[in-house]
Ligand binder design. Structure first.
Ligand code: F6R
Length: 369
């Protein structure tokens, strides 16, 4: 049941710190290394992998887009991410050294299932990242890494998404670990950060009242844009998808660097634009670039809603609304940056009188192609 919440979605958003912790449980050993024996693909097989291809739909696809940054950075293995519905129709190049990762909460999504069947027919090895024990996708895969989000009832995916991210990071770090890349020290540090990230998600959840207030104030808007760079770009896509499906508003996510190639023409007076700001530490060039993007859109009238790390003062002059998230390593930031976007979409849907758990025209699992 809803456990005191008005909607399953609210309950599932609140359960995220636990879902994240549960997905890590038993997978990090006392020495701070990963143990993913359950995956049942041997270390020698993983060392032979020369390409990773991720297939998924919707929110799970966004998790895959983020996974690409992590996999390529930590393992130096080329990684492609493709919408499952497009994948098999373009005659993809696959062989025994290709690791295909199929991400699916339900484990029953027909597009994803057809993509993995196609991949296996070509000889590729398929690893499922799935939230539903014994469902079709893990049954038909060579191996499975379960997310431990618990049952997700609301149609819009929240806790499943965060746990898909965790599972993707685990796979990326594990591949790095067994293959021994030059990022060994960084991999250990990130594993330590991951182990505490549930607490950061909890802190974000405790500060969401201003986000809800802001959402209510935008109830009569028609359009909201979302901008991000690097892993913040898929976060922007996810924020836009949540808003479409829940609030039935026109919402689009863009890579901030693409603005000047077209989308900036959409900016008009008082248009809400959510900006996901990368950490000013680490890859600070990304941060500086997005600050100038904020300047550009604000000069054209946009109302900026800025999601930025605590202590990032450079964004303050360009933020009409500022949402703070804890400082997090760049690649892990989506785990904390997505949460305010979920709350934002849920509150806007409620304010517009929409059915939060059962948005119109949508089903929890899409078992037709
Ligand atoms: C969005 C959403 C959908 C699913 C997609 C894939 O909130 O829930 O976009 O992510 O239909 O579903 P699964 O993960 O069950 O394959």
């Amino acid at each position: 049941e809803k456990g005191g919440y008005d909607y399953f979605m609210l309950k599932e958003i609140a359960e995220q710190p636990k879902a994240v912790a549960d997905t890590l449980l038993g997978r990090i050993d006392a020495a701070g290394s990963l143990t993913l024996d359950e995956v049942r693909i041997s270390a020698s097989e993983l060392r032979e992998v020369d390409k990773v291809v991720i297939v998924a739909c919707g929110t799970a696809f966004h998790a895959g887009l983020i996974a690409k940054y992590a996999i390529e950075h930590w393992t130096r293995i080329p990684c492609e991410v493709e919408l499952a519905s497009e994948f098999r129709y373009r005659d993809p190049i696959l062989d025994q050294q290709t690791l295909v990762i199929a991400i699916s909460q339900s484990g029953e999504t027909m597009d994803t299932l057809m993509a993995l069947r196609h991949a296996r027919e070509q000889g590729a090895r398929v690893l499922a990242i799935c939230n539903t024990n014994g469902s079709t996708i893990p049954r038909e895969s060579d191996a499975v890494l379960y997310t431990h989000a618990g049952p997700e009832v609301a149609v819009a995916s929240t806790k499943a998404f965060l746990t898909q991210l965790v599972a993707c990071y685990l796979v990326a770090l594990y591949l790095g670990q067994v293959r021994g890349t030059k990022w060994g020290d960084e991999i250990h540090a990130v594993i330590r950060d991951l182990a505490h990230i549930g607490g950061d998600v909890e802190r974000v959840l405790e500060t969401m009242e201003p986000v809800r207030e802001l959402a209510r104030s935008l109830v009569h808007k028609n359009t909201v844009l979302f901008l991000g760079r690097h892993v913040g770009y898929p976060v922007a896509l996810e924020g836009a998808l949540k808003l479409k499906e829940l609030a039935y508003m026109h919402a689009e996510g863009f890579a901030a660097g693409e603005l000047k190639h077209g989308p900036i023409a959409l900016i008009e007076d008082d248009l809400p634009v959510v900006v996901v700001v990368p950490s000013p530490r680490g890859r600070s060039v990304l941060h500086d670039k997005i600050v100038s993007n904020m300047q550009e859109i604000r000069a054209r009238g946009a109302r900026t809603i800025v999601i930025a790390e605590e202590g990032d003062e450079a964004v303050v002059p360009y933020a009409d609304h500022l949402i703070r998230i804890p400082a997090t390593p760049t690649l892990l930031q989506p785990l904390v940056a997505t949460v305010p976007l979920q709350v934002f979409a849920c509150e806007l849907a409620t304010a517009r009188g929409n059915e939060v758990d059962q948005p119109r025209n949508l089903a929890k699992s899409v078992t037709v192609e």
